[in-house]
Write a new protein. Sequence first.
Length: 361
Amino acid sequence: MRNNRQMVISIVLESAEPALIEKWCKEGELPVLQKLRQRGIWTRLASPSYISSGCSWPTLNIGTNPAKHGIGFFHREIKNGTYQVIKKYADQVHGEPFWRHLGRAGYRSAIFDLATTMPSPETNGAIVVDWGSEHPSWKTSSYPGDLINEIHRNIGRHPLAKWYQRGMGSKEEYKELAEKILAGVELRTSALIYMLNKDDFDFVFCNYSEPHWAGHMFWHLHDKNHPEHEPEHAAYCGDVIQQTYKACDRAIGELVEKYPGATFVVMSNIGMGPHAGGDMMVPQVLDRLNMSAERKAAGPLRSFARRILPGGSGPVAAVQRVEKLINPILITHMKKLIPEKMWDTWTRRLLGLGHNWADSK
């Protein structure tokens, strides 16, 4: 290393559930993480995820709370002064990522695939954005500019890059998705090592987004008490969440072996689990309290429109309604043809149709 400084490698297992990590470490399923726990320090971290999952990344990158960095749930934020739902991007985050401070102090950083950040020549080192992000907030790019193209040529693209996150139908579809998630872990490790071989770095910060995908898509197969649990699918695929965590454990082991003098920091930004919160029922609650503007103005035509428009029953049901009308595979192809920011703008407007939030009280 430069000036004989010890490299620090920080790994984020995005949305990995700490309770599962602890359980599987003790059961011997995650031997590398268990060894790191025994040799180092293990503790639960505070997280702003009680506000939303989306605000955790800028909090981690910048070190400030959502009130200062300005990001809540960046997928669907309320535009200030309106009830319009928008998506926010990395250039709308307030504050400076901490690795720029490291750069000014003379330390070189390698930043790989972190959410809510973007390439900048102010990074002393190299940064890759949206190579395989579960929730991209900036275009696929890098600094230096050709680094991302080198990685694509020499390592490849993530199997789920730009994937429209849709529900699977058959057990075979679930199995294929699981294989892509696991392949993504291996490719990510290869891409990171390729990046590190190009220069000497003091600090490395890499995100493994695969636990996030696995958690969203396979929790109902992992959890036997989940209302949508499908025993046949679960038996066919196995516990994909555990498989993904084990793949990440092997990846960390590969890095520990390759960089034996490095200090390793492994963390999860938020956890994962089933969600049955009352926030999904706000439109129905407003209806029953006679506080919904749509209900007050209801006539036959308005009532019919509300039953068929996406936003009539709230944001979660909105996506399900659209996917019943338009095949998700067709949506995937449509997304590839439409410019990304146009897609982000108009899909969020579409999902809000059918509920007049501004006049509900």
